[in-house]
Design a protein around this ligand. Structure first.
Ligand code: PMP
Length: 426
């Protein structure tokens, strides 16, 4: 049966399908870190829906919350109407917000996906500032709908100015570290302040606290703080894209918490829906100047996702899973650095909390080893481990396990990954 399903998928689905190519499995059951295929094989899932499953697959508190809504007879589709489920979700979410935002936040429910919330954030800051440009960063990933607003005859195209995201390997200034981050901040200031050929004051700056798809690049805290200072001094709203970094993933509840930065707008999706589709923006009330209907969307009231999300947020908070992610993530990084010392093809090991990247490169040239990374992913799958790739040249193996992963499971993940790297690099 599984073969038939895979064959029909290959025939019927678009050539754009991605995960299905590298994961030729037919999942039929899942619990926690583990997925079971139709052939009875079990896999440790360190892709976790690209970081969506903070509590892993089918966590009992999530199932209970979803069943609670189903059994209550409450409407499942309610557009953006007020409901007890939404009220509970919003209360739970607001309790997690950083600094001043906690006391002064507005929320806009967006379409189901992270990209919908990004679009909403851009519309919001353009409306609030009356400006159109956007500062974004090299290597950024914010979704796949850029342009949908312009194409609908709505807001004009966003004029994006790219600034260098700090990174040690391939630092655009050739220095890396704190000095590279400092030069990046200086470059940003000089662009904004130069009346001859600089950029006009933009509507906002959009930044990921840790770039995930970009190759697991944690922004240095000092750099993120300087971005906050630079934007605040020029009245430019700072938008943090927390779609992948949120809900404890990086070892703090939100990625910006490490630096103590309070953004003007936070974009949230993935884990906030407890494995069901949900996306919101949360922002300072002073920005809430858009007219009724300025941002719409049919699926802004997913009651099951809100219930699953509220249960997930509460569980992460009550069980201090962000602290757990920080502690276990640090131990996993140490173990992987030990592996890097033995494997010349491992050029770098980095991450924050349970957002971990292992960069593979040719030891002779330093060139990103995308073929090797793909081979490592295949070898991982043969050993019952699902990992993701990322980075500019798809040379970074990424681990995004559920925050509920046990020490024993983490050891099994590391053993299988080490074994896969050893075999693939032979
Ligand atoms: N922002 C970030 C930081 C992401 O990692 C992603 C998805 N990987 C998105 C936005 C887009 O989310 P979605 O795929 O749900 O549109």
């Amino acid at each position: 049966a599984a073969e038939g399903i895979l064959r029909r998928q290959a025939m019927r689905e678009s050539a754009a399908r991605t995960y299905a190519r590298s994961l030729p499995i037919v999942p039929v059951r899942a619990r926690g870190l583990t997925i079971e295929g139709a052939d009875g094989r079990r896999y440790l899932d360190c892709l976790s829906g690209a970081g969506t499953l903070a509590l892993g697959h089918n966590h009992p508190v999530v199932l209970e919350a979803v069943r609670g809504v189903l059994d209550s007879g409450a409407p499942l589709h309610v557009l953006d109407l007020a409901t007890p489920v939404k009220d509970a979700f919003t209360t739970e979410l607001f309790a997690t917000l950083p600094g001043e935002l906690a006391a002064d936040a507005r929320i806009q429910f967006c379409g189901p996906a992270g990209t919908d919330a990004v679009e909403a954030a851009l519309t919001l800051v353009r409306t609030a500032t009356g400006r159109s440009g956007l500062l974004a960063f090299t290597g950024a990933y914010h979704g796949m709908t850029a342009g949908s607003l312009g194409a609908s005859g709505g807001a004009p195209d966003v004029r994006v100015t790219r600034l260098p995201y700090p990174q040690d390997h391939r630092c655009p200034f050739g220095v890396g570290g704190a000095e590279g981050a400092r030069l990046g901040a200086r470059w940003t200031e000089s662009l904004l302040d130069d009346p001859k050929g600089g950029v006009p004051t933009p509507a906002g700056m959009l930044v990921e606290p840790v770039q995930g798809e970009g190759g697991v690049l944690p922004a240095p805290d000092a750099w993120l703080r300087s971005m906050r200072e630079i934007t605040a001094a020029r009245d430019i709203p700072l938008i943090a894209d927390e779609v992948q970094t949120g809900v404890g993933r990086t070892g703090a509840f939100w990625g910006v918490d490490h630096a103590g930065v309070v953004p003007d707008v936070m974009v949230m999706s993935k884990a906030i829906g407890g494995s069901l589709p949900l996306a919101v923006i949360v922002y300072r009330s002073a920005l809430d100047v858009w007219a009724p209907g300025a941002h719409a969307g049919t699926f802004r009231g997913n009651q099951l996702a809100m219930a699953a999300g509220a249960a997930t947020l509460a569980y992460v908070r009550e069980n201090r899973l962000a602290e757990r992610a920080a502690e276990l993530g640090a131990r996993m990084l140490t173990a992987l650095r030990g592996l890097a010392a033995q494997q010349p093809c491992v050029a770098d090991v980095r991450g924050r909390g349970l957002m971990i990247g292992v960069e593979l490169a040719d030891p002779a040239t330093g060139a990103a080893a995308s073929d090797l990374a793909a081979a490592v992913r295949r070898e991982c799958l043969r050993r019952g481990l699902i990992v993701e790739l990322g980075g500019r040249h798809a040379g970074v193996v990424r681990l995004l396990p559920p925050l509920t992963i046990t020490d024993e499971q983490a050891s099994a993940v590391l053993d299988r990954l080490a074994d896969a790297i050893t075999t693939a690099s032979r």
